[in-house]
Write a protein that binds this ligand. Sequence first.
Ligand code: FA5
Ligand code: MG
Length: 435
Amino acid sequence: MIVTLGRGVRPRALHIWTRRYSNGIEGVTYNNVFYPPDEYTNIRSSILSHLGRNIYLQKDHPIAIVRSLIEKHFGSSFVPITALPPIVSPQQNFDELEFPLDHPGRRPSDSYYLNKDWMLRTHTSAHEVQVFRSGIPKWLLSADVYRRDEIDRSHYPVFHQMEGARVVEPSEMEDLRKENDELAQSLAAVNIQVEDVSTIGEKNPYQPWHNPDHAKLVNDNLKHSLNGMIYALFGGLATHKGKGPLQVRWIDAYFPWTSPSYEVEVLFDGKWLEILGCGVMQQAALTRSSVPKDNVGWAFGLGLERIAMVLFQVPDIRLFWSKDARFLEQFSDGTVTQFKPFSKYPSSSKDVSFWLGEREVHENDVYDIVREVAGGLVEEVKEVDRFTHPKTGKSSRAYRVTYRSMERTLTGEEVNTLHNDLGLKLIEAFNVQLR
Ligand code: FA5
Ligand code: MG
């Protein structure tokens, strides 16, 4: 992998940026391809440095362990797919999946763009059409995904998803009926309680062009397959803790490329945790992949970090990126063990407040600057105040930044330097005035 900044293909240090564009980016070269910047460019070196880390493929890494557990559960008939490059077109990430043009996910405030034609995938669904087109009927695709989001212990701009999908031909429907009966029987025999509050109907319909019997068989297969997977992952935990059955909940959802669509939640420590989104593939998306029109398919996308944090009891999502042996040496392939915190180092919270200039500033722009300055040393950023002066009409914002290293105690001086640097970067990027 080569990540270079600037016009040449010559690799340069990631911290070298020229100030040609508002965010200081001259352009990115990745795998020998140069992506010229334009008004969409909002990618930063703190994000680019994650490309190619591939922690979901790393031996004995918790994210890779969860991936393998799921692949093992689905068995060898589901083809595992990995290592697809993270740079995709907005066509792949959105258009091929029927996203409307005004969908908020398309905004540069929510997604990372290299330029208007290329972006970092925001979900593994970006590869659905291409994989279906290859003709593989059952597959599991894992990858790193990128989203501009808030900063706290469960949100990091890079995380991992696994996409699973299956397409069924009309001639296979009778076998699917038998398979569904068997899956239902084995689920009835284990300690799982599935609450299904989803309702097929006007808001979440079967597709009118489907054979209703086939659509229902595929829909049932989706539900049984995912309940089985969830039990395989979490069932041991619930039983182990003697807390009664594992509780799973299915609720209606909306995704532009599936109908019906669902989200699945698991009750964990008294809270419902969203694990995945899924549904019956919209036929338009399958047709785009050259899948014959009487085939019916399902797809799901789950968050590997969400599952790993629960299974391994990892309290902060940043730990997955740690290169510290005290973290990495605790895990080994094929087994789920509880993370033993090596220490909780002290945190330090500091406020930064500023008057906005001419420009509106999106909170995700602020979070990206914090990541740029503090990297893995920031635990949380909270907006603590938004104010508009009644006379001058000037607006101000205040954020509380919590710094903490997962690996050592930060000195007061270090934190002050980071925080001063943050102030300077905010001024530079948004032309704001510190209060
Ligand atoms: C999607 O990304 C859809 N592509 C899922 C899908 C696939 C639907 C196929 C239908 C068919 P969503 O944005 O809800 O949906 O994310 C899916 C899962 O990724 C979530 O349930 C969660 O487990 C995980 N996830 C989402 N955002 C984050 C985040 N910021 N940090 C960690 N995990 C996340
Ligand atoms: Mg969701």
